[in-house]
Design a protein around this ligand. Structure first.
Ligand code: ATP
Length: 265
């Protein structure tokens, strides 16, 4: 049985009491099977329902039709086993980087009840992650003392500190310049091979999707359906050099072609 499964999922925003014109069918008949530890990317035109798919998997919204299951259980409320990172790092400006990373441990059980007893252990776990993303020695700095790329690295640590089984990434690098963004692809690839959680990445950057994912799913224009799923069999670890190889470029072109087809439908 897949770890995460979406079966014929529709999501309509707006309440049933509203007239049809005020409702939005964001996702239509989405069917997806995701294995434990898989890294997948979701691409598609703007507004096609990519973020909505993440909200459905995390339990932030419930399907209007069909079912979402995680680890064999139907998702009926927000899951605690999820870590999330978005386009803006949203670090708390009054906390240093280490304390920002440790924030989920103050909220999510069983860490929350043990935070006083395990304080040193939690600090150590935060420092291990910070080192992993190239921020060793920056734990005591304040967010404003770090560049945008460094803040995004810290955000990835915060998303992983409570050892979630699912990491949801919604355009996490979109606000960064190309060079910083490409550096962070390598950081994320390393983090994934270190933690082996299931990662779902929403991105507009097709090179990013092909560099990072094992499978890339293309969604159609709204209402979003899964149009095509491409297995990316480029060997790992992938490097920036891989992105210039003909096989890589062909995969990117093929994805772009299918997004174009999806827009026309
Ligand atoms: N809370 C909401 N209430 C009503 N409509 C919404 C809500 N959230 C999203 N939508 C609509 O649902 C559709 C899908 O939105 P979603 O954010 O999932 O798309 P997306 O593919 O992630 O977009 P983008 O690529 O631009 O970030 C859009 O038409 C959007 O306007």
């Amino acid at each position: 049985m897949p770890f995460i499964e979406l079966s014929n999922v529709d999501l309509i925003y707006g309440t049933a009491s509203q007239d049809a014109a005020s409702q939005t069918l964001a996702v239509s008949s989405a069917t997806l099977a995701i294995e434990h530890g898989e890294f997948l990317a979701i691409v598609g035109p703007s507004g096609c329902g990519k973020s909505t798919l993440l909200k459905l998997i995390s339990g932030l919204v419930q399907p209007s039709r069909g079912t979402v299951t995680v680890d064999g259980k139907k998702v009926v409320q927000p899951l605690k086993t999820v870590g999330m990172a978005f386009q803006n790092a949203t670090l708390l400006p009054w906390r240093n980087i280490r304390d920002n990373v440790m924030l989920p441990l103050e909220i999510v059980e069983p860490y929350r009840s043990r935070q006083k007893i395990d304080r040193d252990k939690h600090r150590q776990a935060a420092d291990v992650l910070l080192e992993k993303v190239g921020l060793a020695g920056f734990g005591d700095r304040m967010p404003w003392q770090l560049s945008g790329g460094m803040q995004q690295r810290a955000q990835l640590c915060r998303a992983l500190i409570h050892e979630p089984s699912i990491l949801l990434l919604d355009e996490p690098f979109a606000a960064l310049d190309t060079f910083t963004r490409e550096e962070l692809w390598a950081v994320l690839q390393d983090l994934w091979s270190f933690r082996k959680c299931t990662v779902i990445l929403v991105t507009h950057e097709l090179r990013e999707a092909v560099y990072l994912a094992q499978t890339v799913h293309v969604m159609s224009a709204r209402p979003g359906r899964i149009l095509k799923s491409s297995v990316i069999d480029i060997p790992r670890p992938r490097t920036l050099e891989s992105t210039f190889e003909p096989g890589f470029v062909d995969l990117v072109h093929d994805l772009r072609h299918h997004i174009g087809l999806g827009k026309q439908q």
